[in-house]
Design a protein around this ligand. Structure first.
Ligand SMILES: [Zn+2]
Length: 292
């Protein structure tokens, strides 16, 4: 069962934006909250009998004047039953191969219509949908007409793994994109199309990026794994999965300050229920101000 609703839409300045729930996953609650003790985190998100919490895998589609822009691509359709059991990934589509394709279809969009894909990083739950297994078992780009943007350092990191990082990077999610010549590897902060900017937000991985959207009069930030759920707004609530948690802390301190000052709409990729909200200063840290 994926998490309803499949699509939630709103206006951001001149653009229509759509949060597409590309599936759900269940991950160890302790790992999701790092050093935060269970009695604290379980008040925010309840754990199941295997100590796992339910998470979303929300992608963002922007109706940009230059074409359709998709941020992150979910987990794709290439993994086996063991993977789906361990990570509790449920993302099968009812019509297309995946829930992401179902969501796009509900919006009248076919994968071939996407002109730009932005990968925040190349972990399997963010970039798994970059490629798909076709009916002949061949792995092909899901979005054949899209340029795919990721940080050059992230691509290098994903293709040179170690014992700690290998479990999150599956070559079939990104090497075929590279081989097809569809990647634009960028370095540092960069405006990709008018009003859509990638910003390095290191910590979860050294070259993780978030996406800043300025639709004119309204701004949003797709934080990705810098702030995976609305429960991760307090500064020390940092995932145990992060490879450089103290770097995450400093990135959060800088970026959340800016989010409050500039009234950004925060988009939460892994939140099971809250697609977006405003960030508010809350004592020494930050909290959520709900929006419609
Ligand atoms: Zn993630």
């Amino acid at each position: 069962m994926t998490l309803p609703p499949l699509v939630q839409s709103r206006q951001l300045g001149r653009w229509r934006i759509h949060a597409i729930q590309a599936g759900s996953q269940r991950l160890d609650g302790g790992a999701m909250f790092g050093v935060v003790p269970k009695p604290l985190w379980e008040r925010r998100i309840a754990a199941d009998d295997r100590n796992r919490i339910e998470l979303g895998m929300r992608c963002l589609l922007v109706e940009h004047e230059s074409g359709l822009v998709l941020i992150d691509t979910g987990a794709g359709n290439k993994e086996n039953d063991k993977f789906h059991d361990i990570y509790g990934v449920e993302n099968a589509g009812t019509q297309g191969d995946t829930a992401l394709e179902d969501g796009l279809r509900a919006l009248g969009v076919a994968p071939a219509d996407i002109g730009l894909v932005i990968d925040t990083h190349l972990h399997f739950d963010h970039a798994g949908g970059n490629t798909r297994r076709d009916r002949d078992g061949k792995i092909v780009p899901t979005f054949p007409n899209a340029r795919h943007v990721v940080q050059r350092g992230e691509y290098a990191y994903a293709t040179h793994t170690n014992e700690r990082t290998a479990g999150s990077y599956f070559a079939h999610n990104f090497v075929p994109i590279h081989e097809a010549g569809l990647f634009d590897l960028v370095e540092g902060e960069r405006e990709i199309v008018a009003g859509i900017r990638v910003v390095p937000t290191p910590g979860h991985t050294p070259h993780h990026q978030s996406v800043l959207l300025d639709g004119g009069g309204e701004r949003a930030c797709y934080f990705a794994d810098l702030v995976p759920t609305s429960a991760h707004l307090p500064l020390p609530w940092i995932m145990g999965y992060d490879v450089e948690p103290l770097v995450t802390l400093e990135t959060k301190r800088r970026v959340l300050r800016q989010a409050v000052d500039e009234r950004w709409l925060a988009v939460f990729e892994h939140d099971a229920t809250v697609p977006w909200g405003m960030v508010k200063a809350d004592g020494k840290g930050y909290g959520l101000e709900p929006v419609a």
